[in-house]
Ligand binder design. Sequence first.
Ligand SMILES: NC(=O)C1=CN([C@@H]2O[C@H](COP(=O)(O)OP(=O)(O)OC[C@H]3O[C@@H](n4cnc5c(N)ncnc54)[C@H](O)[C@@H]3O)[C@@H](O)[C@H]2O)C=CC1
Ligand code: BAL
Length: 357
Amino acid sequence: MTKDDVAGCFEYYADLAEGLDAKQKAPVSLPMETFKSYVLKESLGVVALITPWNYPLLLATWKVAPALAAGCTAILKPSELASVTCLELADVCREVGLPPGVLNILTGLGTEAGAPLASHPHVDKVAFTGSNATGSRIMASAAQMVKPVSMELGGKSPIIVFEDVDLDKAAEWTLFGCFWTNGQICSATSRLLVHYDKTLKFIATAKSEGATILSGGNRPKHLNKGFFVEPTIITDVTTSMQIWREEVFGPVLCVKTFSNEDEAIELANDTHYGLGAAVISNDPERCDRVAKAFRSGIVWVNCSQPCFCQAPWGGIKRSGFGRDLGEWGLENYLSVKQVTQYISDEPWGWYQPPSKL
Ligand SMILES: NC(=O)C1=CN([C@@H]2O[C@H](COP(=O)(O)OP(=O)(O)OC[C@H]3O[C@@H](n4cnc5c(N)ncnc54)[C@H](O)[C@@H]3O)[C@@H](O)[C@H]2O)C=CC1
Ligand code: BAL
């Protein structure tokens, strides 16, 4: 899946790059006829792209493709846990004729490679995807030079399942939304809010489909080595518990019940994060209401996790700011310059001409 997504993302931004020239010199309407003004979109310059270990190539591509499309020179610092595919990407870029120095890969530890890169005075912008703790450190060092940053951080995303749905479909999206790629997804919908009436049936369905209910959380018996955790579903959670509030970045789904729409929305939004959120219901008006009420950057209706490079990706609150993907991802690497011209033949008239007397 990743290779196709990577190629698709480069193709998408190649198209947007071709369209950029036509967007130059967009006129700005002014209230005075003696002036005219237009806007230039210019590359930000040298950008540092710092990326995490999950989806190492795809998440790097979400930044490299728009940065190059915007005309930036990029220094990509991949995760020290998963750098190889990014080095391969550099080889491909060289093979297809990208001029030397336009894309640079800097491997190494966060403290030894990432931190000096982020604080380097010749870096014009830092685009970061990773944990909140690292994002906060990068923001603090960038602030010393008033350097722009964009932050794609963690989440603890909710999925609300209303009582009017087909249970099998809801169960599939709920499991996919949390357990896909072992839950190592920033936007994993790991807090399930399910209407009370459906709870027992929902759990029974999940049981019949082989999920581990109220037990998981252990190392699978047949895997003695490595970092494996059974898919885990936890009920009887309170909203003050760590498991409800903090990102696990693993296959753990917390379940709470609600009795009406307002309560579901309140529980969904009761988090410092605001990346993804999902609603499952057969009532389109309710889906619209809930989509508007969610405090998040991404909303999925009757699904969870689909991701298209044409649509904006990113969060609010402590999930970050700025957007990857879509035309918004390109804007991340462009600055906006106004050019305003005085077009009248008359003098400006601030200084009165000397008296003829
Ligand atoms: N919002 C989004 O789109 C996404 C967010 N994430 C988040 O990423 C996290 C998991 O990724 P990790 O690699 O564990 O995150 P991490 O924050 O530990 O590392 C991310 C990158 O930052 C670098 N780094 C570490 N310390 C640094 C420092 N002091 N200065 C500069 N760079 C430094 C690392 O070497 C790595 O390249 C989760 O919190 C997840 O939610 C992951 C994917 C997508
Ligand atoms: N699904 C894109 C990468 C992520 O959410 O971690």
